[in-house]
Design a protein. Structure first.
Length: 753
């Protein structure tokens, strides 16, 4: 917020000529003035000297600059007391954070004004001005400098002008001048403007009737241009975005950004798509102490390719209504099935085909919480897929309750209860109540742990439209007993020439759940759980609440970790397998588990400080072949250098190689790219390639991208972006930085230090 001007007359150190003579003779003043003065030999010489001087001025100046004394030294002076004084020969004027050096100067008592001429150099709040003459009112800070060459400390900007008018300590107007954040007399880019209003209080620059030059060539002309004087956000037009897609043709967007408040903003996205028409979009974000959210809406009236209205919406909100009451929603919607493929560059990010619509209200007690929610889905079918996407059940409504207590006379207990109404247009509908109490007795010591637990699954169904061989009502009671136990051994070790502590952790997990017939129960939300290292230590092999797997099984695992002296995990190795003591009878889709599960092996860690790797392997015990495998390695030797290589395999389903990276090719040149290649389909699923160039005050990016929009088709596009430090990002296509961050793990923009 800009400080209000305070009109007051500053007390001067020299009300009379004898006082001036006395001040010149004071050695302490000379020591202070020499420490604060800046005398570089050329305009481009090491701005660090100015920065150091400015910091010293900030430390030495009075809390109120307007009340700071004015100090002047020169080789000689003459004048009339109480009227004017004229100074000559190496004149230096110092007041607060302002310092003027000139060949000659005059001070007017009546106007409280200084004029200086001849080799004028002025430091003002760390900013530097070299010109022919300066006029400055010491009290208000108003004045001007003629034919200046200037440098601004705040954002390292520089330029020249016919005249700079200072309205006060924060506002100035550059008349018929240039502006650039490049150094040197011939900057790579500069903005030439009739008037350039700089406001450090509002942190904003406004250029009128401007032409932007890059490498001596005009690339953009505008009647008005607003830009920040720092990295802070400001309202105004964002750089235009020009792009093209294989479906929509040429696209042109001119976003406008509203910086409503530090915690609220709004961006308008009008976009002209040559083959479709005008698409309008808006994105709003807000953040408060008790709430946060983001909403995006876009629409296209009368799409010329489909003769229909197209739209998409996404909204996410979280709010703490009271210390105990929390409101959340996640709403998504689209006009038709083809929206994700036709508008792959959508601001609503509607790339998924299963759109969630969820609203919840949660109350938190001292050791319990309860929530009321409603959940539904919109399915956007992929017409090219061989299997349609199944519509999940909607939950309208669902009431949940959870309570827990730990270390209650050595016991831990939890209670979960859920009452849900399931609705579906074509499947069996009904209500389900599930209550699951659990009681455990953790016995945990530094070298071992044993956690016995008992739980009870209670469920009741009331079906509205039971199917064949189904009853309208069901009730189920299933107990489960489990014991999780393990040992922890440690020994000093070395790994890659570093001192570490190696652990050996055998773990045994036993589960016993009796068989209960569940084949005629509806299946609202259950599925076979994904088989991984976390799941083999779960008592139920199904997700959801409609199936409880019978079990008399034990899981054996062996884990070894290498820990550094600060406790950081350098390497982790693990092997695990589940063994069934009896045949499992509860199934989904007729899939039965064998006597022993597949063997799981994992390893991940940092081989060196710059090199990390991970692997996960699932081996079938019947065929002795790998079922799933993942291998990955990442090399990150220094900032802006990263290479990633991954291989993913799932038998008869997927086999892909993923390579991505960012790497310098030559001085200032960087290559970026990613390819996700399907070995089964012999095609690139996703691909990206490009180059980046980093200059001192600007960056250039060129990125071409290919990505799948459905199971068969892909979309291609390219982006060109010129980033002018401290001014704007100009480009063709979508923002390539977002695409690079999304596709290349560890990518760092070259403009970041």
């Amino acid at each position: 917020m800009r400080r209000k001007p305070v009109l007051s007359h500053s007390p001067l150190l020299f009300p009379t000529i004898p006082a001036i003579v006395a001040s010149v003779l004071v050695p302490a003043f000379f020591a202070q003035a020499q420490a604060q003065s800046v005398t570089p030999q050329s305009f481009e010489e090491d701005r660090l000297l100015r920065q150091q001087s400015y910091k010293m001025l900030q430390q030495e100046k009075q809390p109120d600059d307007k009340n700071a004394p004015t100090l002047i030294e020169s080789g000689k002076f003459w004048g009339r007391p109480e009227r004017f004084i004229h100074f000559e020969h190496e004149v230096e004027i110092l007041k607060g954070a302002t310092q003027v050096n000139a060949d000659r100067a005059s001070y007017s008592f009546l106007e409280d004004e200084v004029t200086a001429e001849g080799s004028v150099r002025m430091l003002r709040n760390g900013d530097c001005y070299n010109g022919d003459s300066v006029r400055m009112q010491l009290d208000s800070g108003a004045g001007n400098v003629v034919n200046p060459v200037y440098q601004l400390l705040r954002n390292n900007a520089q330029g020249k002008a016919e005249r700079i008018d200072f309205l006060d300590e924060e506002r100035s107007i550059v008349n018929n001048g240039t502006y650039s954040t490049c150094e040197g007399l011939n900057p790579d880019w500069y903005l030439r403007s009739e008037t350039l209003n700089l406001d450090t209080g509002l942190d904003t620059g406004i250029a009128g009737k401007s032409v932007l030059y890059f490498m001596g060539t005009p690339i953009l002309a505008t009647p008005s241009l607003t830009f920040p004087l720092s990295s802070a956000r400001h309202s105004g037009f964002l750089p235009p975005v020009v792009g093209a897609s294989s479906k929509g043709g040429v696209e042109f967007a001119l976003p406008y950004y509203f910086n409503i408040a530090p915690n609220r903003d709004l961006t308008l996205y009008p976009k002209l798509i040559s083959r479709r028409g005008l698409q309008l979009g808006v994105e709003g974000r807000y953040l408060g102490e008790t709430y946060r959210g983001e909403t995006s809406i876009e629409g296209l009236a009368n799409d010329r390719l489909t003769n229909s209205n197209r739209y998409a919406l996404t909204s996410v909100h979280q709010q703490q209504l009271t210390p105990q009451l929390r409101l959340e929603w996640n709403l998504n919607s689209a006009s038709d099935d083809n929206y994700p493929s036709d508008f792959s560059n959508s601001i609503t990010k509607t790339a998924q085909r299963l759109l969630l619509r969820d609203v919840s209200l949660t109350y938190y007690g001292s050791f319990w919480n309860t929530s009321l929610r409603t959940t539904g889905y919109q399915v956007l079918q992929d017409v090219t897929a061989t299997t349609p996407i199944a519509l999940p059940y909607s939950r309208s409504p669902e009431l949940q309750f959870h309570a827990e207590k730990y270390d209650l006379m050595g016991f831990d207990w939890t209670l979960d209860s859920t009452l849900t109404r399931f609705q579906h247009p074509t499947l069996v509908q009904g209500d389900r109540l599930v209550v699951t109490p659990q009681l455990s007795l953790p016995l945990i010591q530094p070298g071992y742990f044993v956690i016995p637990k008992i739980s009870l699954h209670l469920s009741k169904y009331e079906l509205a439209n039971p199917g064949k061989r189904q009853k309208p009502s069901y009730q189920l009671e299933i107990p489960t007993f489990s014991v999780d136990s393990g040992l922890i051994f440690e020994r000093p070790s070395e790994l890659f020439e570093k001192t570490t502590t190696q652990t050996l952790e055998p773990r045994i997990f036993y589960v016993n759940t009796p068989y209960h017939r569940q084949g005629r129960l509806p299946n609202f939300d259950s599925a076979i759980a994904d088989f991984n290292f976390a799941q083999i230590f779960s008592p139920n092999r199904f997700t959801g609440q409609d199936r409880v797997g019978d079990a008399n099984q034990v899981t054996l695992a062996l884990i070894s970790r290498f820990l550094e002296e600060d406790g950081a995990e350098r390497l982790k190795l693990a092997i695990g397998q589940r063994f069934n003591f009896s045949k499992q009878r509860v199934t989904l889709d007729g899939v039965k588990n064998p006597g022993r599960s597949d063997l799981l092996l994992t390893a991940d860690g940092r081989i060196f400080d710059t090199l990390s790797a991970e692997t996960a392997l699932q081996i079938s015990q019947s065929t002795h072949q790998s079922v799933r495998a993942t291998y990955g390695i990442s090399w990150h030797p220094e900032p802006k250098k990263v290479l990633n290589l991954a291989y993913r395999f799932q038998r008869d389903t997927l086999e892909q190689v993923d390579l991505s990276g960012q790497w310098p090719l030559a001085n200032r040149w960087y290559a970026v790219g990613r390819t996700n290649y399907s070995l089964m389909d012999k095609r690139i699923v996703d691909g990206l390639a490009g180059f980046e160039y980093k200059a001192d005050c600007w960056s250039l990016r060129f990125v071409a991208q290919r990505f799948a929009i459905d199971s068969i088709n892909s979309n291609t596009g390219f982006s060109i972006q010129l980033e002018l430090n401290g001014l704007a990002r100009l480009g063709v296509g979508n923002n390539p930085i977002e695409a690079l961050k999304r596709n290349i793990s560890g990518y760092q923009p070259i403009s970041e230090r």
